[in-house]
Design a protein around this ligand. Sequence first.
Ligand code: ADP
Ligand code: ADP
Ligand code: ZN
Length: 214
Amino acid sequence: MSRMLIMGPPGAGKGTQAANIVKYYGVPHISTGDMFRAAIKNETELGKLAKSYMDKGELVPDSVTIGIVKERLLQPDCKKGFLLDGFPRNLNQAESFDEMLESLGIAVDFVINIEVDPQILIDRVVGRRVCPVCGATFHVEYNKPKVEGICDECGAELIQRKDDTVETATNRLKVYADQTAPLLKYYQEQVFNVDGSKSLEEVFASIKEHLGER
Ligand code: ADP
Ligand code: ADP
Ligand code: ZN
């Protein structure tokens, strides 16, 4: 049974590694960023609200964010474990998450922290291209699709996220340093650090080494 969190600044490689991890361990990937982007695409009230914050690189209000995570964790597929990506992102979310876990009688087993030098993060974020259909992530230099601009997995045309600009990414890095990085201390018992400046394959290999056999 694995209940895991994956943490790290924007562009660290959380989503990329999360895709590998959930494939290997067979647990659901719960990404709050993906949930918000789906809501924006479906033009729901949640999407409208989330968009106004995401476009600026600010955090979506806790009341909303905590609510969607709570609802998601109650789905039956989470009984076998889960990998949370992008949540919690501040102390208040972490404390509410603890209450959720306690009421369910469960705990977090592993916190994976991907460390990357801030100087290379902007480059990663701005060069990121994502598939609007299946969610696969690529990079124009570091993780090129086989055919430029086309998703390897499903053949759809890749897009750039609206918040993947230098300006928004700079603000997201600041929000990360101010609000999210302090959580590493909160999770010091469960956290293990991975050097995210290595290649995609090397990063996944060190994660597997820490998590152990599935
Ligand atoms: P996060 O979810 O932490 O914001 P992503 O997984 O979306 O990060 O990765 C950000 C960008 O960097 C993507 O374009 C991805 O292809 C690329 N990337 C991810 N891991 C690496 C790596 N180890 N080396 C080089 N580029 C990477
Ligand atoms: P990245 O890993 O590149 O920072 P995410 O997809 O995790 O990107 O998040 C994109 C945006 O979605 C954030 O900048 C923020 O506006 C919003 N968001 C995602 N998760 C949370 C969260 N737990 N709390 C508040 N806002 C969030
Ligand atoms: Zn695709």
